[in-house]
Ligand binder design. Structure first.
Ligand code: 0RA
Length: 643
């Protein structure tokens, strides 16, 4: 909620009548082009509505006025977000003569224009405000507790259908805001909220904003419930991320400071692993494409460790550690709060503000130097790990040269198992990565060979969490994959050489399929992340069931649809469950999963890939307890998949 809106600072002298017409036109515009405001009208856009509302409560909490934020999924499909903040003001606005809360709920404001001194710490990826949520909801109700009363107003498709009404009296010290809304099914392609998706985001917000208590529950008996509250903030976040890893030192390093209105917090921990896990945030938004804050942090790390190793005589003079050596095994959370962030990049998750780099770099230089001087044992452990990484990098370079000579990295050769397409135009070419030879066979026969290539993978690919690049390059399945794509790997990955602009993972709908998909996602995340940020990686959606009655055939992609259909058709409906892709004949596979006219492809996001990577760390990690917890938490899904 923008302060400017509530204070009415920039509203001039327009009268309410004129403004109210603009308001309605504005909300109509949101309904006509929702994607312009919330990115998309699929599952992402749907969940974004909740984030938008929660962000307002987080702002209230960050301003020091609220401790608890609760999200409830109600059984009618609506969602409720409530907080114990000051409550949105309800007094009539001096200029508009309508309650401030009504203005906040109905007036579209230019996103991101905030007062400079009191910057918004959250604000949502698109920062569009709660009026957009209102416009995209069949109905929305707001309940404000303040000044000894409960105030209430209801809207439908963004328009008020009641005045702000006092519904009852309360003790005058009780305050808070509750927003409940039902997403409009004529706008969204799906309207079911996913508990896991929402709780993942709430946990993240609780880590990023120390002290806030966040909870989420599903209404009804025995419904799920989660609560997140971390007094340790991002230090607790690091311990959570590394729960299945072995740290080289403890506690994590915590650095913090502020300059020119920019607040910087970083927590770091080195583990015995080989991967780099840096999660960066700007105003609580995950910057998966990085940006100036991340560049500043990386520059400071490299500089400070090299300087320290010289001044403390820990390394020979001629040894120069590279950034990647120092970041091997590093888990880091960087959270900055910037008054006027500029987001750039394919997915608008890259910070562009140039002034931020120097500020972050100087602060981390200074604070990290102090830390290293005061913690010589930790400094030595981290440096010795970096030296090992440097030696391994040399070995990997040799392995890479060897494989390059064999034509693996420069696109000279193609793997024997690849059934390539006829087209040489990457923009229209697709590569299906298919699990197993039998499904590969069906896919080869069913495809349109003009532009669809098939690469069958046999068995499991390597778990890249526990291997350095040299070992990864030794894996046959991975080599075939790299060769088929033709764009290299790691630092040398070059998107412009990519032979297909759609890479589609097609695996069975069972545990093994999920396992292989997770491995592949982890691999792409670790070694070809650009494929994901550039939106070129997809997951195919094969049907789970075929329902047949007399001569009519239907394919169902969810259990719910199957149950509905069986109800509609019965009696006489025959249900076949597809255990694997191989059970479909080539014609069926084409029709349901490969034909661009009828198939559904899910585009893989960075969040998906990070989640896959996390699953792997937990399942394959050294620590037993997190693995046990993970399996227990997901046991239900696993048995459902397993039948
Ligand atoms: C501006 C001023 C005041 C409260 C809020 C914003 C506010 C907005 C939201 C949105 C969700 N929860 C919220 N809680 C508070 C109050 C100013 C005052 O009381 O003096």
């Amino acid at each position: 909620m923008s302060d400017e809106l509530l204070a009415g600072a920039d509203l001039g002298s327009e009268v309410y009548d004129e403004r109210s017409i603009e308001v309605l036109e504005g909300l109509e515009g949101v309904r006509k082009r929702p994607a312009m405001y919330i990115g998309s009208t699929d599952s992402h856009g749907l969940h974004h509505l909740v984030y938008e509302v929660v962000d307002n409560s987080v702002d209230e909490a960050m301003a020091g006025h609220c401790k608890n934020i609760n999200v409830t999924l109600l059984s009618d499909g609506s969602v409720e977000v409530s907080d114990d903040g000051r409550g949105i003001p309800v007094k009539p606005h001096p200029v508009h003569k309508v309650p401030a809360v009504e203005l906040a709920m109905t007036r579209l404001h230019a996103g991101g224009k905030f007062k400079k001194d009191a910057y918004k710490v959250s604000g949502g990826l698109h920062g569009v405000g709660v009026s957009v949520v209102n416009a995209l909801s069949t109905w929305l109700e707001v309940r404000v507790q303040r000044d000894g009363h409960i105030h209430h107003q209801r809207y439908e498709r963004g328009r008020p259908v009641t005045p702000v009404t006092v519904k009852g009296d309360i003790p005058s010290d009780r305050t808070g805001t509750t927003v409940t809304f039902l997403p409009d099914p004529t706008i969204f392609s799906m309207v079911e909220f996913n508990f896991e998706v929402l709780s993942h985001r709430l946990r993240e917000l609780a880590f990023l904003n120390r002290g806030i208590r966040m909870s989420i529950q599903r209404e009804g008996e025995g419904g799920q419930r989660e609560e997140f509250h971390y007094e340790g903030g991002i230090v607790s976040f690091i311990s959570y991320i590394d729960r299945s890893r072995k740290p080289l030192h403890q506690p994590p390093i915590y650095l913090q400071g502020e300059k020119d209105n920019i607040c910087i917090e970083a927590a770091m921990e080195w583990t015995d692993g080989y991967n780099e896990n840096i999660f960066s945030y700007v105003n609580n938004i995950s910057t998966t494409e990085g940006g100036t804050h991340l560049s500043g942090l990386k520059a400071a790390l490299t500089r400070t460790f090299n300087d320290h190793s010289r001044s403390a005589n820990l390394l020979k003079k001629e040894v120069q550690l590279q950034g990647e050596d120092l970041r091997e095994g590093l888990t880091c959370v960087l959270s900055v709060k910037v008054p006027e962030p500029q987001f750039e990049g394919q997915t608008k998750t890259k910070l562009g503000n140039s002034e931020v780099k120097g500020i972050v770099e100087n602060l981390i230089n200074e604070k990290l130097r102090e830390y290293l001087e005061e913690h010589p044992r930790e400094a030595e452990k981290i440096l010795s790990k970096a030296v090992q990484a440097l030696q391994a990098r040399e070995a990997a370079r040799k392995a890479r040269e060897l494989t390059r000579r064999k034509g693996l990295l420069d696109g000279a050769g193609l793997p024997g198992k690849l059934a390539d397409c006829q087209s040489k135009d990457p923009t229209i070419s697709e590569l299906y990565i298919v699990e197993g030879d039998s499904a590969g066979g069906s896919a080869k026969q069913g495809r349109d060979r003009g532009y669809q290539a098939i690469l069958p993978l046999r068995g499991k690919i390597l778990n890249v969490e526990k291997s350095r690049l040299d070992k990864v390059l030794g894996n046959t399945e991975i080599r075939a994959l790299i060769m088929a794509l033709g764009a290299g790997i790691g630092d040398e990955f070059d998107l412009s050489c990519l032979r297909y602009h759609k890479i589609i993972l097609m695996t069975d709908a069972d545990v093994d399929g999920a396992h292989i998909r997770t491995l592949l996602l982890t691999f792409f995340y670790r070694f070809m992340a650009e494929l994901i940020t550039d939106g070129k990686l997809f997951i195919a959606q094969p049907p789970l069931y075929r329902v047949k009655k007399a001569k009519q055939e239907y394919y169902c992609f969810t259990d719910r649809r199957k149950d509905e259909l069986v109800k509609e058709l019965s009696p006489g409906a025959i249900v076949q469950r597809y255990k694997g892709l191989g059970e479909m004949n080539p014609g069926q596979l084409w029709e349901t999963t490969m034909d661009p006219q009828s198939r559904t492809l899910l585009k893989v996001t960075m969040e998906d890939a990070i989640a896959a990577d996390e699953v792997f760390t937990v399942l394959m990690g050294d620590e037993v307890q997190p693995r046990k917890e993970f399996i227990e938490a997901h046991a239900k899904e696993v048995t459902e998949l397993d039948i």
